[in-house]
Design a protein. Structure first.
Length: 154
């Protein structure tokens, strides 16, 4: 086996492992966030770009497999966002939003529930269905006792 195939197989194994982690994360969600139109546009554009690049540079089935797994992991990174028993799960890996690291949470309610949280100095915004509002408040009050929770009624 030449070194290029070894590297391809290594990347494939890494992506398969990442996909299994994402599946576990999705199953651990207590409340899933709403995917907005911009999320769908980003997922579609990113998937088409990965597919195009894979088509242009692929020389073997391993390249095609790598591209397909790349698309699956890219899409799953959007689906794994929400609230877990440990905190907020974000698209950006560095902003996990564990309840221990949350500095501030702002919640507003209009056509959806909008949550802005600050963790380790980084702000993230997530949107949830209105029907999940009471569950969200209950989870946050239980896990963020003594921390700053601002509720804006709108």
């Amino acid at each position: 086996m030449n070194s290029i195939n070894f590297v391809l197989i290594l990347f494939i194994l890494i992506l398969v492992g990442l996909i299994f982690i994402y599946i576990k994360d999705i199953n651990n969600l207590l409340i899933k966030r709403i995917l907005k139109t911009k999320d769908y546009i980003i997922m579609a554009t990113g998937s088409v770009l990965i597919l195009f690049l894979t088509y242009k540079v692929s020389e073997s089935r391993l390249h095609l497999l790598l591209g397909i797994l790349g698309i699956v992991s890219f899409i799953m990174s959007f689906l794994r966002v929400g609230i877990t028993t440990k905190g907020f799960r974000s698209v950006r890996g560095i902003v996990k939003g564990d309840f221990d690291n949350i500095e501030k949470v702002t919640i507003s309610r209009n056509e959806y529930v909008k949550i802005i949280f600050v963790s380790k100095g980084i702000e993230d915004i997530q949107h949830y269905r209105l029907k999940d509002y009471d569950r969200i408040i209950k989870i946050l009050r239980k896990n963020l006792e003594g921390k700053r929770i601002e509720i804006i009624y709108g």
